[in-house]
Design a binder for this molecule. Structure first.
Ligand code: ADP
Length: 246
């Protein structure tokens, strides 16, 4: 469903992605781990063109893009890619002036041109799914971080993306709120949602991932099943990273 080949991205003189290849199958959960600064977030942001790669290619279903430095990507391609990729950010990024249900309705009305009634009923069903039906009319500042993140997940789901992208979805949360967010993500995984997740939560990664990618210094060091990457790797740098965590 997603195919990335030889992806490169620099910020000025700093080369952050140095030729990344990966494939995500339909229904698969891919988890990206690795040391801070290794390029995980940048890679994830390339999936929906929040960062434009300098070189390489990206395909999502029928959308195929080849990148060359300085080349302009047509706006309608960017939009159509973004419609197929729902993003959940570390810091939730909810619209502060809209209620929970307003947040979940917004994209449906503006991007998908659904009627308000239809958007409202879908938003309610999604809030119910993430356990927040009773908070529909509440504003983000009245919600805990874990609740805000669950609204953000409902919002990302509302436009029916092909794939959900999570950028360290629990790292801004107090430890006692991490579980409720991970539980929602695990439920989506069980339902067959295709997801790419950047996380530092190793136990969660081992639980939820079909494939794990371990990045280091802009390249993929190891990829495979959780068992292959977390337990069987012989790569010294991968072992160094994993040992530091345990
Ligand atoms: P990770 O998610 O693995 O911690 P990132 O992808 O966030 O890594 O960052 C990789 C490197 O790229 C870091 O050195 C970071 O400072 C740098 N970087 C990320 N985004 C930008 C940006 N917009 N401008 C300049 N440097 C950036």
């Amino acid at each position: 469903m997603i195919e990335i080949r030889d992806l490169h991205k620099s910020f000025g003189p700093l080369e952050v992605l140095k030729g990344v290849d990966l494939t995500v199958e339909h229904g698969q959960v891919m988890v990206i781990i690795g040391p801070s600064g290794s390029g995980k977030t940048t890679l994830l942001r390339c999936f929906n063109l929040l960062e434009i790669p300098d070189k390489g290619s990206l395909a999502l279903n029928t959308i195929k893009l080849d990148f060359t430095p300085g080349a302009k990507i047509p706006q309608r391609t960017v939009l159509s890619l973004r419609q197929q990729t729902g993003m959940v950010f570390q810091s939730y990024n909810l619209f502060p002036h809209m209620t929970a249900i307003g947040n979940v309705m917004e994209g449906q009305v503006t991007v998908q041109k659904r009627s308000k009634e239809e958007a409202r009923s879908k938003a309610l069903a999604l809030l119910d799914k993430v356990g927040l039906a009773d908070k529909a009319e509440v504003y983000p500042h009245q919600l805990s971080g874990g609740q805000q993140q669950r609204v953000a997940i409902a919002r990302a789901m509302a436009v029916e993306p092909e794939v959900l992208l999570f950028d360290e979805p629990t790292s801004a949360l107090d430890p006692e709120l991490v579980g409720e967010v991970l539980k929602v993500i695990k439920q989506l995984a069980r339902e067959g949602m295709t997801m790419v997740i950047v996380t530092h939560e190793m136990k969660f990664a081992a639980d939820v991932a079909d494939r794990i990618i371990l990045m280091d210094n802009g390249v993929i060091l190891e990829q495979g099943t959780p068992q292959q990457v977390l337990e069987q790797t012989k790569n010294p740098r991968a072992l160094q990273f994993l040992n530091r965590l345990s």
